[in-house]
Design a protein around this ligand. Structure first.
Ligand SMILES: [Zn+2]
Length: 89
């Protein structure tokens, strides 16, 4: 059986097959959003979020640092949350 990588969602901390998640990957100081597997493996460090707006809210509103900043150690701009939102809807 093929190995399916599982990743942890930064909103609910549950584990999902990577294909069910949106990846937010850090390359240099930039963040890129990937709504499918393609391109993710070539990227640097990634955080994952399941395709659920409630998880997006949770990750966004986590204190003191939001889920993305926690996972990737870079500031998350408002734009990136918009990008993730359109990737999951
Ligand atoms: Zn989740």
């Amino acid at each position: 059986m093929a190995h399916i990588p599982h990743r942890t969602c930064i909103g609910c901390y549950k584990r999902f097959a990577q294909s069910e998640l949106v990846a937010i990957c850090k390359s240099g100081s930039e963040l890129n959003v990937y709504s499918s597997d393609s391109g993710v493996s070539k990227s640097g460090r990634c955080a994952y979020l399941c395709k659920n707006e409630k998880c997006l809210d949770k990750a966004m509103n986590r204190k003191p640092r939001n889920g993305l900043e926690n996972a990737l150690k870079v500031p998350a701009s408002p734009n990136i949350w918009e990008e993730i939102k359109s990737a999951i809807s």
